[in-house]
Design a protein around this ligand. Sequence first.
Ligand SMILES: [Mn+2]
Length: 231
Amino acid sequence: MRIVIFSDIHGNAVALEAVLAHIRHETAPDLIIVAGDLVADGPRPAESLAILRALPNTRFVIGNTDYDVVHERDIEYDFTRAQLSAEDLQWLDDLPFAQTVAAAPGRELLVVHANPCDLRAAIKPDHSPAIIRPLLDGVSQEIVAFGHYHVPFVRTVDRYTLVDVASVGFPRDGLLRAVYVTLTFDGANWQIAHHRIAFDAEAVARDYAAVGYPNAERKARKLLEARYRHP
Ligand SMILES: [Mn+2]
């Protein structure tokens, strides 16, 4: 069984199309899971959401910015919300918190946006186990996959394998690549691989101004730097 997981598209339809083309040609997944933050912060929220919603064999979880686009008011969320239909916004608001997959009895995967407890606390690659353990309290699955922090990593904490699938649309590890993950269960073990896909980031950067995104220049620079600071 092969599962593709990706996250944090952030309204970047160009990066999303690059990832989906790579998946179509290289990966042949049984299932795709999208780990949230679908539309906010990018120039093409409506196009990105239409592409995502049309994908076959695909499940979703909600991200913090999916919640915020529906419920919060600021100049950027207002822009994003104005691009989406009332039905799109209801669909975002109705997204589930988590998805689970059982590859075999007792061999299960949990997918959430940031961590198994809430939508916002990031699990970081250098966090001590003492910081992470409370977030895993009560989790029965052996693999926990998430996005939110936008930095790809795999690490083990106690009996858990933690997989940050990073970000399709807004990289922040200094590499201007869209990232997705394949999780392949061969009957005994999971094989986990991050894939880094080139996309036309300059075109996306120019697109912010073309669509009238608020703070377009700052946002474009933030994308191209691929190193924005996480709170
Ligand atoms: Mn997030």
